[in-house]
Design a protein around this ligand. Structure first.
Ligand SMILES: O=P(O)(O)OC[C@H]1O[C@H](O[C@H]2O[C@H](CO)[C@@H](O)[C@H](O)[C@H]2O)[C@H](O)[C@@H](O)[C@@H]1O
Length: 370
């Protein structure tokens, strides 16, 4: 199946100049997203719309409230800074131990194998801040990621658009999967800046046909939330974020209702809730987990006996990747969180500074074991 012809509309100049894996190699055929990936029949569409609406009306606001960090902390501990002495926290740490404390165990299982590193961006490599445009990465974190990429194939897997996350990370030696994995370069980003190597850039965009729809829904969302103080809309190319971090809690219901109303006109889009953000995206069978599988396969790292993928992320969307690693029975998910959470990850780190410490340890270990 040649995916380069699967999209009737190409509005993106990058996509035009870089064929969509111009005829997928046979080892990547399994990754084509069939049109049936979303509900195509009228009946299915209306049934799933009803379900989505019901879930949105009944659950969206609850989900928004429960994603408030202060509420979660208070619900878990009644205080803002949980310590190891807190029984609830230490019970969770027993299930999902610190990747720093368990470092020896982690590298022991990687002995003689290749490690591949997958990193989420917001909340993992940069601390969560109020203004999404200011979520910059510190120079020390950039140095840590650069060093990791010297020794291990390293990819960023983010909900942001690929170009936006590249603007923040600025490292050409990495692989990037933007828009929750719906926009992947299976070659280091520096290939894209080299005309000769452009064709090898292996751009994979399973939701490319949704581009015009995403632009349209972005306009509608911008329009409806423009009157709500603090609300912001971010076009992430194959998905859109509606931020409510700076919206007064009394207006959250209005945000949920307006987003829900807009989506009624877009049955092929769905909404999920992230960290104080509603994420609107295509209803296709593709997520960060599929992106990780795709990258492992296309980089020749698919041998579960020989390769240990490590995925570090803080968000609900990262759970899809943790789950994939668990199901493959090789590699580790590491959840970045200060509070107990249901997770498919094996280990945890408290915040981006611990992520940096872990990355530095990995490099030091590799240097000494060479
Ligand atoms: O997969 P990620 O890289 O974690 O992207 C998920 C969302 O991250 C960004 O929003 C989050 O970080 C912002 C900056 O710290 C914060 O203001 C916001 O409240 C968080 O939800 C990004 O702006 C979103 O578009 C991504 O969907």
């Amino acid at each position: 199946m040649d995916l380069s012809n699967s999209s009737p509309v190409i509005t993106d100049p990058v996509a035009i100049s870089q064929p969509l894996l111009g005829g997928l190699p046979s080892n990547l055929m399994q990754f084509s997203v069939m049109p049936g990936g979303y509900s195509g029949s009228g009946m299915n569409v209306s049934v799933s719309r009803l379900k989505i609406e019901e879930a949105l009306v009944n659950g969206l606001l609850d989900a928004m409230k429960s994603s408030s960090p202060r509420r979660r902390l208070n619900a878990a501990f009644g205080q803002d800074n949980p310590s190891d002495e807190d029984p609830a926290y230490s019970a969770w740490m027993a299930k999902c131990p610190s990747a720093l404390a368990s470092f020896k165990q982690i590298v022991a299982s990687a002995q003689g194998k290749k490690i591949a590193v997958f990193l989420d961006y917001d909340g993992t490599l940069s601390p969560i801040v109020d203004d999404p445009d200011k979520a910059v990465m510190s120079p020390v974190m950039r140095a840590a990621v650069r060093n990791v990429a010297k020794y291990f194939p390293t990819a960023i897997v983010s909900g942001r658009s690929r170009s936006k996350v590249f603007e923040f990370v600025k490292l050409k030696e990495l692989y990037y999967a933007g828009s929750h994995g719906m926009d992947i370069t299976a070659s280091p980003a520096n290939y894209e800046h080299n005309a000769e190597k452009c064709k090898q850039a292996n751009l994979f965009q399973p939701a490319r046909e949704f581009l015009p729809m995403i632009d349209e829904v972005t306009k509608s969302l911008l329009q409806v939330v423009s009157g709500i103080e603090g609300a912001a809309v971010e076009n992430n190319k194959f998905c859109v974020s509606v931020h409510y971090r700076k919206v007064a809690e009394k207006d959250w219901e209005l945000v949920a209702r307006l987003v829900n109303e807009v989506l009624e006109a877009f049955p092929r889009l769905k909404v999920t809730n992230g960290r104080m953000v509603l994420e609107v995206r295509p209803v296709i069978d593709w997520d960060k987990g599929k992106a990780v599988e795709f990258l492992l396969q296309s980089l020749g790292l698919n041998d579960t006996e020989d390769v240990i993928p490590i995925y570090i992320g803080d968000d609900r969307t990262d759970e899809d990747a943790f789950k994939v690693l668990r199901q493959r029975g090789c590699g580790f998910g590491i959840l970045v969180s200060q509070v107990p959470k249901e997770t498919q990850a094996f280990y945890s780190l408290r915040d981006p500074s611990e992520v940096m410490e872990f990355l530095n340890l990995l490099v030091r270990w590799k240097k000494h074991s060479m």
